[in-house]
Design a protein around this ligand. Structure first.
Ligand SMILES: [Mn+2]
Length: 346
């Protein structure tokens, strides 16, 4: 079947904790992605099955992207930036806090002090390296493609898979899909595909889910993409690297809304042999901040690049940062950065 990620003993302590509390709060990280939202919704469902008398509440530090709005019950999750007093009270009075899809306190933004001071029991489930959140039960599995996958394994291992419904199957599938780039990245393991086949048996409609998530842009965003790739992309083909800028004026012209720049930086990596793509975007209000996003291929270390040149960091294949300066400053720094790595890029 698949490799278990918890011992039976761990699983029993988790279900026992959930059974003996009246209030369960399930939280994810800030700027929540498909896995954070999927795992939170999936776990909420499971917690309600294990303890149908408990009040189960999902909490996120801030908004999830528009392309996740259709997920069943997504609108029941409370946002700390919208209802901070209510969320604080809820967390302080919870019997169990379940932390999903983040390894460190700094990943929950404004929720950090509440989480640090929380006195009740904490269950922590995550697939990022080096979990530092202090918890009573830690389920850490960096090999897992997503936290949603980990939650699904626990549900199957506990014999609860057939007792769930689409409010579980759909968010969990969505979390697994988004964290694996539609099941195309190398983090998708044989276990991942086995679990997907189990979800397909439950009649999860993967075509509808993929369309809801990936084909959710406005006409303006498509025209912006064409404009950027045609007019703004600067490709240094000798070094297999490229960058583009996006100014406030251009964003206004294309009726830019949050999320429209998402994914643009991935496109130049479609050029054969391309190793590095950099996006430089002016802040929408502060003229002296430029947001930087980088994507790499062939083992180019984006995290190191962003640490050295862009006050940032991240993963080796995808990192970000920011520049305190104008867009012209950002271009100058970027040309320096590309030249700095010329040997590696050649
Ligand atoms: Mn994740």
């Amino acid at each position: 079947m698949f490799e278990d990620i918890v011992t039976q003993q761990q699983l029993d302590s988790i279900t026992r904790l959930l059974q003996r509390t009246e209030r369960i709060v399930v939280i994810g990280h800030q700027n929540p992605d498909g896995d954070a939202v999927g795992a939170v919704l999936g776990f909420m469902r499971w917690a309600s099955l294990i303890n149908d008398e408990a009040e189960v509440q999902g909490v996120l530090p801030d908004a999830y992207p528009d392309f996740l709005q259709w997920l069943p019950c997504a609108n029941t999750i409370m946002r700390y930036d919208k209802k901070s007093a209510e969320v604080s009270a809820l967390m302080e009075n919870a019997g169990v806090l379940v932390c999903l899809d983040f390894n460190d306190y700094n990943r929950v933004g404004a929720l950090e002090p509440i989480l640090r001071e929380y006195k009740g029991e904490i269950i922590h489930i995550d697939h990022h390296l080096n979990p530092t959140v202090k918890a009573d039960i830690v389920v850490s599995n960096p090999q897992a493609s997503s936290t949603s996958e980990m939650v699904l394994k626990m549900v199957i291992q506990n014999g609860d898979f057939d007792k769930m419904n689409r409010k579980f199957y759909i968010p969990i599938f969505t979390g697994m899909m988004t964290d694996t780039g539609n099941f195309s990245y190398s983090n998708a393991s044989p276990d991942t595909y086995y679990l997907v086949s189990e979800l397909l048996r439950k009649r999860v409609n993967r075509e509808v889910i993929a369309r809801n998530v990936y084909d959710n842009f406005s006409e303006w965003r498509l025209r912006l993409l064409g404009y950027v790739m045609n007019r703004k992309l600067v490709n240094i083909s000798r070094l297999h690297a490229s960058y583009f800028t996006l100014t406030r004026e251009e964003m206004l012209r294309f009726n830019f809304i949050r999320g429209d720049a998402e994914g643009l930086v991935n496109m130049p990596l479609q050029i054969k042999g391309q190793k590095l793509s950099i996006s430089l975007r002016e802040d929408t209000t502060n003229p002296n901040i430029v947001w930087v996003s980088t994507r790499g291929a062939y083992d180019f270390p984006c995290d190191e690049l962003c640490k050295r040149f862009y006050n940032g960091g991240g993963h080796s294949k995808a990192s970000g940062g920011k520049i305190y300066g104008t867009i012209d400053d950002a271009v100058r720094i970027t040309l320096d950065a590309i030249n700095y790595y010329a040997e590696l890029l050649k």
